[in-house]
Design a protein around this ligand. Structure first.
Ligand code: NAI
Length: 385
C-alpha cells in the first residue's frame, strides 16, 4: 500500500519532498517508510562517551536518533571520513558534519552525491565543505550560528594569557619537579598596556574584545570588511584599522575570520616578515589561514614569540605535524567550541535546522551559509579591494 501511496503522491506533487510524503502516508495510516537518509560524521569519543552531555560524538549521535527515526528517516552515524562515508554518499540526502572532526566535503564527494540536498555543520565554520561546489550543485549548507562563540572567545582569552604569561613552560617545570623562576620570568609579560588586535570582529572576535576590555590593553584594534557599528566600537573601545596596520602594530593578534578563498594562507611569509618582532598569535579560526611552514620558521627565528590556538590542517593533526614540535607554542586539539555547554547548543540547533528542512519551513537566515546556488553569508564573501 505504501508503494501505491507513494506513486500517487509523487504523481500529484512531482516534488518528492520527503516530509510531505511522510505526512501523506500518515494520513493514509500506512506504516512509516524510511524517508530521507541522514548521515552524520562525528568524532569517536570511546570511554568519554559515557558522559551523556558529550552529545557531539559518534557514540551519542547528537541525540538525534529518536527524533529522526520517529519521523521515518534513516540515520547513519560514523567517524570514518573516508571509505565508509564514500560508500554512503550516493543516496544520502542530508549530511551532518562537524569542524572538530571535519569530513572534507570536496567537489569530488559532492559529485558522487546526486541526492545530497543539505549539509549541516554541527557547530560554526563550514569551510570543510567546498562551498563553490555546493553552490553549483544547489546544495544548502547551514551551520548553528552563534552556538559556540562564547566557548571559543573564552578559549582565546585563556590562550592569550597562556602565551603572554609564559604558562606552558612554567607548568612544565612543576610537573617535572623543577623550580627555576628566572627561566620562566625572562619570557613573561603582562597583558595590560599591550596592543591587541583581532582579524575579524564577528560574533567571536567581538566577544574577545568584550572580554579583553577589563585588561586595560594599550589599544584594541580590529580589521574586518564588515565594520562594527560606532556604538559597538565605543562599547569596547576598539579602533577599525586595515589588515596591514593591524599586523604591524599589534603585540598580540587573534584570528577570528572564516577560512575562505582570501584568507587561505593569509598569514604567510610576507606577513610574518611585517609583523612586530615578538608578536603573539592565537588562531582558533582555521589552521589553513596560517601557512604551516612559514609559521614554524617565524616562531623558530623569534619573529613570532608564541603561537596558540586549537585549529590545524588537516584534522586530526598527524603525529608529525610540525606545529606540535615548534618552540613556544600553547596549541591544543580542536576543542574550544565543543565544550559540554556548546554541544548542547549545537545539538539543539542541528535539530532545529533538520526540523525546518523536513517540515518545509525556512531555515533561520543567520544559519545559512549557501542556498539556491548563492552565498547567503557575507562572512565568506570578501569584496575585492
Ligand atoms: P562571524 O561570521 O560572526 O564573523 C566572522 C567575521 O570575519 C565577519 O565579520 C567577516 O566579515 C569577517 N571576515 C571575513 N574575512 C575577513 C578578512 N579577510 N579579514 C577580516 N575579517 C574578515 O563568525 P564567528 O562566529 O565569529 O566565527 C568565525 C570563525 O571562527 C568561523 O568561521 C570558524 O572558522 C571559527 N570557529 C572556530 C571554532 C573552534 O572551535 N575553534 C568554533 C566556532 C568558530
Amino acid at each position: 500500500s505504501f508503494v501505491r501511496a507513494k506513486k500517487t503522491f509523487l504523481s500529484v506533487t512531482h516534488a518528492g519532498n520527503s516530509s510531505l510524503l511522510h505526512k501523506f502516508c500518515q494520513s493514509l495510516h500506512t506504516s512509516t517508510p524510511s524517508l530521507a537518509k541522514v548521515v552524520a560524521v562525528l568524532y569517536e569519543a570511546g570511554a568519554a562517551a559515557k558522559e551523556p552531555r558529550l552529545l557531539g560524538c559518534k557514540e551519542n549521535e547528537l541525540g538525534l536518533r529518536k527524533f529522526l527515526e520517529s519521523r521515518g528517516h534513516k540515520y547513519i552515524v560514523m567517524s570514518d571520513k573516508e571509505k565508509l562515508l564514500d560508500r554512503e554518499l550516493p543516496d544520502t540526502e542530508v549530511l551532518i558534519t562537524t569542524p572538530f572532526h571535519p569530513a572534507y566535503v570536496t567537489a569530488d564527494r559532492i559529485a558522487m552525491s546526486p541526492k545530497l540536498k543539505l549539509c549541516v555543520t554541527a557547530g560554526v565554520g563550514s569551510d570543510h565543505v567546498d562551498l563553490h561546489a555546493a553552490n553549483k550543485a544547489k546544495i544548502t549548507v547551514a551551520e548553528v550560528t552563534g552556538s559556540n562563540v562564547v566557548s571559543v572567545a573564552e578559549h582565546i582569552v585563556m590562550q592569550i594569557l597562556a602565551l603572554v604569561r609564559n604558562f606552558v613552560p612554567a607548568y612544565g617545570q612543576v610537573i617535572k619537579g623543577e623550580w627555576n623562576v628566572g627561566d620562566i620570568a625572562k619570557d613573561a609579560f603582562d597583558l595590560e598596556n599591550k596592543v591587541v588586535g583581532t582579524v575579524g570582529a564577528g560574533r567571536i572576535g567581538y566577544r574577545v574584545l568584550e572580554r579583553l576590555k577589563p585588561f586595560h590593553c594599550k589599544e584594541l584594534l580590529y580589521s574586518d570588511y564588515q565594520p562594527l557599528t560606532p556604538e559597538m566600537e565605543r562599547a569596547v573601545g576598539v579602533k577599525h584599522v586595515s589588515f596591514e596596520e593591524l599586523i604591524q602594530r599589534c603585540d598580540v593578534i587573534t584570528i577570528n575570520c572564516p577560512l575562505h578563498d582570501k584568507t587561505r594562507n593569509l598569514f604567510n611569509k610576507d606577513v610574518f616578515d611585517k609583523v612586530k618582532t615578538g608578536v603573539y598569535i592565537v588562531n582558533t579560526a582555521r589552521g589553513a589561514i596560517v601557512d604551516r611552514d612559514a609559521l614554524v620558521e617565524a616562531v623558530k627565528s623569534g619573529k613570532v614569540r608564541g603561537y596558540a590556538g586549537d585549529v590545524w590542517y588537516p584534522q586530526p593533526a598527524p603525529k608529525d605535524h610540525p606545529w606540535r614540535y615548534m618552540p613556544r607554542h600553547a596549541m591544543t586539539p580542536h576543542y574550544s567550541g565543543t565544550t559540554l555547554d556548546a554541544q548542547m547548543r549545537y545539538a539543539e540547533g542541528t535539530k532545529d535546522i533538520l526540523e525546518r528542512y523536513f517540515d518545509g519551513r525556512p531555515i533561520k537566515p543567520e544559519d545559512l551559509i549557501v542556498q539556491d546556488g548563492q552565498f547567503a553569508s557575507k562572512a565568506y564573501v570578501q569584496p575585492e579591494k
